[in-house]
Structures are given as structure tokens and as C-alpha cells.
Design a protein around this ligand. Structure first.
Ligand code: HEC
Length: 147
């Protein structure tokens, strides 16, 4: 939990931006040629468990969602209900990978960032919070949330 707060305060770097651009490029390529994705497409069921698991995604610390245990959901951020109608897959991936590339003041953690992590437990050094596959899974799940 503490680690997440520290990670949330990490400044965006050129390297992170490059990673986001690469992810977006990957998405554009994926849309044109489904069979040439670097990673298999996301799995919505796995994504839901990442979002609702308070040890993994921690999304419900800040957000509410039409999933998981309603009594333990956060209200620091907009509800994820309808997120798939408001944003494309590319936009969702960018938000999760690096929320501060959209809103520099965001308190939302940059889930693919490994830069500038200070005072984190040794097991976390050099590790993003979510792997590219996990981010794909979360995007696939969010795309099912339509309104
Ligand atoms: C520390 C709080 C926090 C956590 C944890 C967090 N978010 Fe966010 N999120 C926010 C805030 C605040 C916003 C509103 C935009 C902003 O301020 O950047 C937001 C915006 C979003 C949006 C756009 C909302 C919309 O209306 O379409 C999506 C999608 C999203 N978050 C998904 C996630 C997912 C998925 C996770 C977990 C992997 C997550 N967030 C974890 C705080 C958080």
C-alpha cells in the first residue's frame, strides 16, 4: 500500500513516455493484423480479477466498479462503470500504463512505470506494478463495461 503511494508520486520520464508510445503503436498494429500481436490479446475474466483483487490492481482503492465487493470500493476517482464506452482500448491502455501522460497531476499510479521508484521493497525494484499482459487483461475487462 505504502509502495503504491510512493509509486504514484513518481514523475513521468521520457523512457516511460517512449514505452507508452510503443504500447500505442503495438495497439495500432494489433488492430490491423490480429495475428501479429507481441502478446496474446487480453482476457477480460483475468482483467476483472486484477481490478477487484486488493493485492494486485488496487483499482478499487480509488474507483468503484460494477464488480467485486461493493462495500470496500473507493470514491477518490470516477466509477469504472461505462469506462469502455468513454474510452477506446488505446486510451484505456495509455491511462493504465501511464495516467500522468494524460493528467500530469494524477494520483493514479502509472502501472507500467519502473522509473524513479525510491524506497520500495527489494522485490519491487525494476518491476512495474502490472506486466504488459496484465494491462492487456485489464483493458479487455474495461472494454466490457459499457453503458
Ligand atoms: C490512487 C488512486 C487510483 C488508483 C489506485 C487507480 N486509479 Fe484510475 N483514476 C484515478 C483518478 C483520480 C482518475 C481521474 C483522472 C485523473 O485524475 O487522472 C482515474 C481515472 C481512471 C480512468 C478514466 C475514468 C473514466 O471516466 O473513464 C480509468 C479507466 C481508470 N482510472 C482505470 C483504473 C484502473 C483499471 C486501475 C487499476 C489497475 C486504476 N484506475 C487505479 C485514481 C486511481
Amino acid at each position: 500500500m505504502v509502495n503504491l503511494g510512493l509509486r504514484a508520486s513518481v514523475a513521468m520520464s521520457a523512457r516511460t513516455l517512449a514505452a507508452v508510445l510503443l504500447l500505442q503503436l503495438g495497439d495500432a498494429i494489433g488492430e490491423n493484423s490480429q495475428n501479429q500481436l507481441a502478446t496474446p490479446p487480453g482476457d477480460a475474466a483475468r482483467g476483472e480479477s486484477i481490478v477487484t483483487n486488493r493485492q494486485v490492481g488496487l483499482c478499487l482503492l480509488c474507483h468503484s466498479a460494477p464488480a467485486g465487493e461493493p462495500r470496500v470500493q473507493g470514491n477518490l476517482a470516477p466509477s469504472l462503470a461505462g469506462a469502455g464506452s468513454r474510452s477506446s482500448a488505446v486510451q484505456l491502455r495509455q491511462r493504465i500504463a501511464n495516467a500522468r501522460s494524460i493528467n500530469p497531476d494524477s494520483i493514479m499510479p502509472s502501472y507500467s512505470s519502473t522509473d524513479g521508484l525510491n524506497r520500495v521493497a527489494p522485490a519491487w525494484v525494476g518491476q512495474p506494478i502490472l506486466s504488459p499482459q496484465q494491462i492487456d487483461d485489464v483493458v479487455a475487462y474495461l472494454q466490457t463495461l459499457r453503458e
